[in-house]
Design a protein around this ligand. Structure first.
Ligand code: APR
Length: 251
C-alpha cells in the first residue's frame, strides 16, 4: 500500500502572542527518559551502543544504509511501546494559563501524544520518512520499519525524516524567532552540547526568566541567569511550572 504523503503543520508562521504569557520550552532526550527511551550521552546512552558516525551521519548512510535503517527501525518500534510521562502531560496542562511553544530536539512523538498544541521538531520525527533526493516528499510511516528498496514517488530511496550530524537544521530559524517571543524559557532534559539548538538560549529576551530541569546541570553559558531545578523531568517539570506561574502571572 502506498504511504500517505504529509505536509508539516508550520504553525509557527502564524503564531501571534495573545493575552496569555508565552512560555517557550526546549526539550531534549531527558524528558523522555522516564518513559523508557534512552538518552544519547548519559552512561549506557544510545551513542555508547551505536557510535554516531556509524548510524547518524550522511557518510554512514552512504557507507551502510542497512545499518542506519535498522537503527531507526528499532527506535521507531520502541516508541510504539512507550507512553508520555508526567512531564509531557504537565506541559500540556500548562496551556490553561500560557501559550506553551515546545521546541524539541527529540524525534519521538510523546509531546504530541500528551496533547501539546504547539510542537516544533528541530531534529525531525521518527514517525516520518522522506525521499533521499527531495526533502519535501515526506510520508507518515507510523511505527513501521523501512527497508532498502522502499521508494518515494520520485523513485528515490526512503530515508528517516531526521537531521543527521553534519546536516543543516532548517527549523533553527523559526525556533530562534519563537525564542525571541518568550516571556519565559524552560529547558528540560538536554545536555545543551549540540548546536545550533544549544545556542537558542542566547536569543531569550533579557527580562524572561530561564528555568532548567535536569538532574545534572547542563552546559548553560556562564552569563545566563537560570533558576535550576536539579530533579528528573517528572517531578521537576511541575515544580518549574509552578515557579513560572507565580513569576509570570504576578508581574
Ligand atoms: N529527567 C530530566 N533530564 C534527564 C533525565 C530525567 N529523568 N535523565 C537524564 N537527563 C538529562 C541528562 O542529565 C542530560 O543533561 O538529559 C540530558 C540528555 O542529554 P543528551 O543525551 O545529550 O540528549 P540531548 O541533549 O537531547 O541531545 C541533543 O544530540 O545526538 C543528538 O540529535 C540528538 O537531539 C539529540 C541531540
Amino acid at each position: 500500500m502506498p504511504l500517505k504523503r504529509v505536509t508539516i503543520d508550520r504553525w509557527w508562521e502564524t503564531y501571534k502572542k495573545g493575552d496569555k504569557p508565552t512560555v517557550v520550552v526546549l526539550t531534549g532526550a531527558g524528558i523522555s527518559a522516564e518513559s523508557g527511551l534512552s538518552t544519547f550521552r548519559d552512561s549506557g546512552g544510545l551513542w555508547e551502543k551505536y557510535p554516531v558516525y556509524k548510524v547518524a551521519t550522511p557518510e554512514a548512510w552512504q557507507a551502510n544504509p542497512e545499518l542506519v535503517l535498522e537503527f531507526y527501525n528499532k527506535r521507531r518500534a520502541q516508541l510504539k511501546d512507550v507512553e508520555p510521562n508526567a512531564a509531557h502531560f504537565a506541559l500540556k496542562e500548562m496551556e490553561s494559563w500560557a501559550d506553551v511553544l515546545i521546541i524539541t530536539q527529540n524525534v519521538d512523538n510523546l509531546h504530541e501524544r500528551a496533547g501539546s498544541r504547539y510542537v516544533l521538531h528541530l531534529h525531525g520525527e521518527l514517525t516520518k520518512v522522506r525521499s533521499e533526493k527531495d526533502e519535501n516528499l515526506i510520508y507518515e510511516i507510523g511505527y513501521e520499519p523501512i527497508s532498502l528498496g522502499m521508494t518515494a514517488e520520485d523513485g528515490a530511496q526512503l530515508r528517516p525524516h531526521v537531521v543527521w550530524f553534519g546536516e543543516l537544521v532548517p527549523m533553527i530559524e523559526p525556533a530562534i524567532a519563537l525564542t525571541e517571543k518568550a516571556d519565559a524559557f524552560l529547558i528540560i532534559g538536554t545536555s545543551l552540547v549540540v548546536y545550533p539548538a544549544a545556542g537558542l538560549i542566547d536569543y531569550v529576551p533579557e527580562k524572561a526568566p530561564i528555568v532548567v530541569v535536569d538532574p545534572k546541570q547542563p552546559a548553560v553559558p556562564p552569563t545566563a541567569k537560570v533558576h535550576y531545578i536539579a530533579e528528573p523531568a517528572t517531578t521537576g517539570t511541575p515544580k518549574a511550572i509552578e515557579y513560572l506561574k507565580e513569576r509570570l502571572l504576578r508581574d
